[in-house]
Design a protein around this ligand. Structure first.
Ligand SMILES: Nc1ncnc2c1ncn2[C@@H]1O[C@H](COP(=O)(O)OP(=O)(O)OP(=O)(O)O)[C@@H](O)[C@H]1O
Length: 574
């Protein structure tokens, strides 16, 4: 990693990576591309190789991509599972930068020589991460602190990389109307720029610390020494502890692992449900345990999620709707949350939600993991106009990380068990007050009363359902919608398949021509180049191969879309 980035070189490296990765990803599911025939084992091998390539490229491309890789490490809606898994190992694999550089940044930003700022400053960092590194120091008052210093040149690097990523997102958006890649890009850009503003991180740390001082003294965050801070330097109270995943150290300290696992989950539930302000990056490196007291210590407040009260109420509506298996309520709340766009035709959405609710209760019975539930949710949403806001994916990510931590500490840990009392409390609250105050409760009661009517109240539920269905049939609503949707989907599938076939022909033709040109254009040396696996990639040959790759990407997209359409069709037909 370097401090001065050459924009042209960076653009070439980035686009080469995008093109190669997408072409190899496309080839992964092309059965004809497997010499000696396709087998699942061969595909698995190839996928593993590609996942390693992705990881190495991300590490080579540096901070922007490492951060985005970390952010994507639970987005199974964006990347296949093998890749997501490999990306989750991105933590803690970044080299430190020279202490002299760190010191010069501190001196420049704080305007004084290091010897006047700290009584002592440890040149060896205690941690180095993608965006910064952490040194220990002692203030003249005797207080022990850590000094977090940002890697040099990050702003400039983000500007170049995010521009490329924006162009990529715009291109991807054109091929997939259901995924909002531009929106995802926008969220990543916001998070990244926020993360390199250490003053913002300091404010977050203060807010987090104050919230917990009131609610649970066993969850702590370091104090900020504001007079030593700048956008690139953050000085915090030194809070040493053992990593929450370091089972051996926690046991050696005589701590009860089950209590720690529970506390970690409870601390999150409190943040999400009560404070509406939560640590969005709870990987084990960011949560430690005070070995003397068992208190949880949180670090790194660069990425926080915020759930404003209004959104929290709607999330509770979703939660409550799922609990009561009320598809309409879930649909209304999701529209209000802007997770889905309101369309005139909500039947297929209703079915997808219904499927999810049913599946969720089966998963809860089978005690499936949060991660499995999240993956399932993304899979159902694949061909629907869903748009998951960043907050939502952060919450899901936080919970699946916590579940992983919990299981490491105690194999019998069950997220549900810890969350249940909170869920029960919330549902009672919603039952009693609607969690929205008296006026809203009254409105809800009135609405229910008019829906039921005096006679309907005495009628068995099934008869009322039949009556509602008949009413829909009478208006032609039900019959028409089902037919149109299924017909539309079949048409769409055929169209996509046709385009994919045409693109395959173009891709293969160009690949053949390009390969021939590459072999023939280099004269006698070319044979040797081919024999060694290299080719003469210049002029027309490069053009043909480049175009072939473009068509390849289009085929890949088309087939992916067909796969999604089939999957969705299967799911809603049950
Ligand atoms: N206040 C503190 N007291 C003791 N150790 C700390 C403190 N703050 C950070 N650390 C140590 O430094 C490590 C890195 O800190 P932090 O996560 O804040 O850096 P970062 O650059 O934001 O990392 P990342 O990019 O992985 O999010 C922590 O895992 C922890 O071990």
């Amino acid at each position: 990693m370097q401090d001065n980035y050459n924009a042209t070189q960076r653009n070439i490296d980035t686009w080469l990576f995008f093109t190669l990765f997408r072409s190899r990803l496309w080839l992964l599911d092309q059965k004809w591309s497997y010499p000696g025939g396709f087998t699942e084992a061969k595909r698995g091998q190839r996928a593993k190789g590609l996942a390693r390539y992705l990881l190495n490229s991300v590490l080579q491309l540096g901070p922007t991509f490492i951060k985005i890789g970390q952010l994507s490490s639970t987005r199974s809606d964006l990347l296949p599972a093998e890749f997501v898994e490999e990306l989750s190992t991105l933590q803690d694999r970044v080299p430190a930068f020279a202490a002299s550089k760190a010191i010069s940044i501190i001196e420049k930003d704080l305007g004084r020589p290091i010897s006047q700022l700290f009584a002592s400053f440890d040149q060896r960092p205690i941690a180095a991460a993608s965006l910064g590194q952490v040194h220990r120091a002692v203030l003249f008052s005797g207080e022990e602190v850590v000094v977090k210093v940002q890697r040099p040149g990050l702003k400039q690097l983000f500007d170049i990389d995010l521009n490329n990523l924006r162009i990529l997102a715009e291109q991807l958006d054109k091929g997939d109307e259901n995924r909002d890649f531009k929106g995802i890009y926008q969220e990543c850009a916001t998070v990244l720029y926020q993360e390199i503003d250490y003053l913002n991180e300091g404010r977050n740390a203060d807010r987090f610390r104050r919230n917990f001082r009131v609610d649970a003294s066993w969850a702590r965050a370091p104090k900020v020494y504001w007079e030593y801070c700048s956008p690139r330097v953050l000085v915090l109270e030194y809070l040493p502890g053992a990593k929450i995943s370091d089972k051996a150290r926690l046991q050696a300290a005589g701590l009860d692992l089950d209590t720690i696992a529970r506390r970690a989950t409870e601390a999150y539930l409190i943040q999400i449900l009560k404070h509406g302000f939560f640590h969005a990056d709870p990987h084990p490196g960011n949560v430690s345990v005070d070995t003397r007291t068992g208190d949880l210590l949180f670090y790194d407040f660069g990425m926080m999620g915020e759930i404003v009260p209004d959104v929290r109420t709607r999330l509770l509506d979703v939660f409550y709707g799922v609990y009561r298996k009320d598809t309409d309520q879930v649909l209304r709340a999701l529209v209000a949350l802007q997770v889905i766009k309101p369309t005139g035709d909500s039947l297929s959405l209703r079915r997808a939600i219904n499927y999810f609710i049913e599946n969720l209760s089966r998963q809860a019975e089978r005690q499936e993991t949060i991660q499995a539930i999240g993956e399932d949710l993304f899979a159902i949403a694949l061909d629907q106009p869903f748009r998951f806001p960043a907050t939502f994916t952060f919450v899901l990510r936080a919970f699946s990380t916590l579940e992983g931590i919990g299981k490491t500490l105690n194999p019998n840990y069950r997220f549900n068990e810890v969350a249940q009392p909170y869920a029960a409390e919330l549902l009672q609250l919603q039952d009693a007050t609607g969690a929205r105050g008296g006026a809203a409760l009254l409105e809800q009661v009135q609405q229910q009363a008019s829906e039921l009517g005096a006679a309907a109240a005495a009628m068995p539920l099934r008869i009322r359902r039949i009556e509602a269905t008949v009413a829909q049939l009478e208006t032609g609503d039900l019959k028409l919608r089902v037919r149109v949707l299924e017909g539309e989907r079949a048409d769409r599938r055929a169209g996509v398949l046709q385009m994919a076939t045409l693109n395959t022909v173009a891709c293969m033709g160009l690949l053949n021509v390009g390969t021939m040109l590459a072999i023939n254009s280099g004269g006698p040396g070319a044979a040797a180049a081919v024999a060694t696996g290299g080719m003469n990639l210049e002029g027309p040959a490069a053009l043909c191969l480049g175009l072939s790759a473009v068509f390849g990407v289009l085929v890949f997209r088309g087939l992916k879309r067909v796969q999604r359409l089939d999957k969705f069709e299967k799911e809603i037909k049950g």
